[in-house]
Design a protein around this ligand. Structure first.
Ligand code: HEM
Length: 413
């Protein structure tokens, strides 16, 4: 592609000598990127009736840059969702990791980008704030699509005077996009289904959950014995109580009804089986077949964490610019509303963060049976039929074969 600017050409319209190198395709840097549209989209309001406020230019550019990156993130998330919806194979899994990682890197950039806007002082902002009228980031369609496509549920949103979709009520085509993003399977929902197929959790095969419960029981017994052996009475009481509290905590994952009750309250998001899958992957992450799933789990947590960091940085700049008592131009309570969004209720992969609560010391982790070890020893990237099976056997009882295999003298071949 020709670079008209590099050739000293005037970029206005790309009709210059800079077009020469790309002329055969009819494109040059300027036209290919539609820079005429992008670079003429900074219409400062402050200049229209009075002096131009220098910082309004930065304010517009920063927001536009955000929107462009939101667009790219949505593009990647849509692609990852699509990959989950089609039959998975090892190549697609690599694409999922690659694209999710890209989203993480973009979000890192976006978290840092807000600092540039902090070079503007509150008085500079006040000089043009009135020109914003009712315009507000609250109306960012792409931000809402992104939240929904990741899996943020309506009931988890902080309540505001008007519904989050109110800005689009008069725009049927935008409302359609919002509805679509609410109704289509979100990334969180697709990951949940995928985790439910983790090999090794089926009761007919390795039965991870049964073994894990046994391991936890043994661990708690040891802890109780140690607590009861403490000489000092007050300390002994305290330590025994601590073990009992831990036991109650584990009950919340062993008792499906308790798990479902927490789910109904929004404190857990995924099905009990998906939770088992995620826990199993965490324990046996070193096994080749779990390497990529474990990487993905971490990337998903990065996404949640970075969005929370963005919300936090944003709320800080808002307080710095307009204080904590002014309502926003979008009609919310401003700072107070935004501060409430910096919370776990906005974490769509909350269950992954909670996994660490239930990790147990290595010596208690149930050892893999030889058959299971073999099943997990095939790296996905090897492209074996086993790996393929793991990635795409929706709903199949993938442990049924390992029943026989467990009694076999050596690894199944
Ligand atoms: C001077 C800097 C900024 C100020 C004072 C500011 C102010 C606000 C306020 C007060 C709200 C609450 C809604 C309302 O208006 O009532 C809001 C929401 C929002 N703003 Fe900003 N903002 C700033 C910069 C940015 C930037 C750079 C972005 C980047 C895209 C952004 C995106 C958003 C989004 C997406 C929301 C909706 C958040 C939610 O509902 O969870 N804002 N902003």
């Amino acid at each position: 592609m020709a670079c008209p600017i590099g050739n000293g050409a005037c970029p206005a319209g790309g009709q210059s000598n800079g077009e020469a190198a790309g002329a055969e395709k009819g494109e040059n840097y300027w036209t290919y990127l539609h820079l005429d549209k992008i670079l003429s989209a900074q219409a400062l309001k402050s200049g229209a009736a009075g002096a131009v406020v220098h910082d309004e230019h930065l304010f517009i550019i920063v927001h536009q840059a955000y929107e462009l990156w939101f667009k790219q993130i949505i593009y990647e998330i849509d692609s990852v969702r699509q990959l989950f919806m089609t039959e998975l194979n090892e190549r697609r899994m690599l694409d999922i990791i690659k694209q999710t990682n890209r989203v993480v890197l973009i979000l890192k950039l976006l978290v840092g980008q807000i600092e540039i806007l902090e070079t503007m002082t509150p008085l500079d902002f006040l000089d043009f704030r009135d020109h914003l009228s009712t315009a507000s980031g609250f109306q960012s369609l792409q931000f809402r699509l992104l939240e929904n496509k990741l899996g943020l549920k309506k009931e988890c949103r902080v309540k505001t005077k008007s519904d989050y979709s109110a800005p689009y009520h008069d725009h049927p085509e935008l409302m359609e996009q919002i509805r679509d993003s609410e109704e289509q399977p979100s990334l969180a929902a697709l990951v949940e289904r995928w985790l439910e197929r983790t090999p090794g959790i089926s009761a007919k095969g390795f039965n991870f959950w049964d073994r894990f419960q046994g391991a936890v029981k043994a661990m708690l017994n040891d802890e109780l014995k140690a607590a009861q052996a403490v000489a000092n009475e007050a300390q002994r009481k305290e330590e025994v109580e601590a073990v009992n509290r831990r036991s109650v905590l584990f009950d919340s994952i062993f008792d499906v009804k308790l798990h479902d009750a927490l789910r109904a309250r929004g404190e857990r998001r995924w099905s009990h089986v998906a939770f088992q899958g995620a826990l199993m992957i965490s324990f046996y992450r070193m096994e080749p077949r779990f390497n990529q799933p474990y990487q993905l789990i971490n990337l998903l947590m990065d996404i949640d964490e970075l969005l929370i960091k963005w919300r936090n940085n944003h709320v800080q700049i808002v307080q710095r610019m307009i204080g904590s008592q002014q309502v926003g131009t979008g009609g919310s309570s401003g700072y107070q509303y935004l501060r409430a969004t910096v919370s776990d209720r906005y974490k769509v992969f909350l269950d992954l963060f909670n996994l660490s609560t239930f990790l147990i010391p290595r010596q208690y982790v149930p050892p893999l049976s030889r058959a299971m070890q073999f099943r997990l020893s095939h790296s996905i990237s090897m492209g074996t039929s086993e790996a393929h099976e793991f990635l795409c056997d929706a709903g199949r009882d993938d442990d049924s074969s390992s029943e026989e295999a467990e009694s076999a003298p050596g690894p199944v071949s």
